[in-house]
Design a protein around this ligand. Structure first.
Ligand SMILES: [Zn+2]
Ligand SMILES: [Zn+2]
Length: 276
């Protein structure tokens, strides 16, 4: 079983998201838990959370097929103490929303350490993840790999490993691999998609892959940049994505399209689903 689908909008109400995903033929999807551009959003009402859970089940999705994405304002690695505290507050809020929606995990970018030692940034990011896990016991955190621009952490399996190792709650920490970010970071997804997943699994074990973001890349291998392209319209190419969804590590985890052309989502989802 594979869970494939786009990152859909929650405009209007989060409870509209399952129907939006179903409309493009998805078997899984991603959402933001709140407007990702603002620090403060109105509290999630239990009636809205209940409506989401109802629509989810009615549309035939299991909770494990949904991967909420924490907002981009959160920087777990920041050396700015005020920003770190503000980030922690928002991350906890989003993790609580995730639990209210009946979902099991939340995706986070490890952040940028800006200045000072890289190791200190890793320690700050791991501490934030731990604090969230302690506040919200029912969820796991999926740390997303990055293309590694500037001081952004998490662009290599070694650094993902360092983030995991720095956590006190490793059994509830795993990863999301974004193919466009892998490509930006120098992993040749076009040439050896299956081998990259094999090396992830041999390092971390299959259970540590909590989700994937399946995006083609507008920018070339090793560019350190993050520019998503529709599947087959970037430097990764369509075939690699078929290969990825056929890897055993892709079983029963959310495989999310964050591709920029919404009109292509039904075809992209059908293409991936037809591979299995
Ligand atoms: Zn992301
Ligand atoms: Zn990206």
């Amino acid at each position: 079983m594979i869970f494939v689908g786009p990152h859909v909008s929650i405009a209007g109400s989060v409870s509209l998201a399952p129907d939006r995903a179903r409309a493009v033929g998805a078997t899984g999807f991603a959402i933001f838990t709140k407007n990702q551009r603002v620090w403060k959003a109105p509290a999630l009402k239990e009636e809205d959370a209940a409506a989401f859970r109802e629509r989810l089940a009615a549309d035939g999705f299991v909770p494990a097929a949904v991967l909420p994405h924490a907002g981009y304002l959160i920087n777990p690695a920041t050396p700015d103490e005020a920003l770190w505290e503000k980030s922690l507050g928002l991350f906890i809020d989003e993790a609580r929303r995730t639990a209210m929606l009946g979902l099991q995990m939340i995706n986070i970018h490890p952040g940028a350490y800006k200045e000072g030692a890289r190791e200190d940034g890793i320690a700050r990011a791991a501490t934030m993840v731990d604090r969230v896990l302690e506040e919200v016991p029912s969820i796991s955190v999926a740390i997303e790999n990055t293309a590694g621009a500037g001081t952004i952490l998490g662009s290599s399996f070694e650094e993902l490993d360092a983030l995991l190792s720095a956590s006190k709650h490793q059994e509830r920490v795993g990863f999301t691999l974004d193919t466009a970010h892998l490509c930006g970071a120098g992993y040749d997804v076009a040439a050896d998609p299956f081998g990259i997943l094999d090396s992830f699994v041999s390092r971390f074990g299959r259970g540590k892959l909590l989700g994937m973001h399946l995006n083609d890349s507008m920018v070339p291998l090793g560019s350190r940049k993050d520019r998503h392209a529709p599947l087959g319209r970037g430097c990764i190419g369509r075939e690699a994505f078929r290969s990825i969804v056929c890897h055993p590590a892709a079983d029963s985890i959310p495989l999310i399209l964050e591709t920029p052309d919404e009109s292509a989502w039904p075809e992209e989802a059908a293409y991936l689903l037809s591979a299995r």
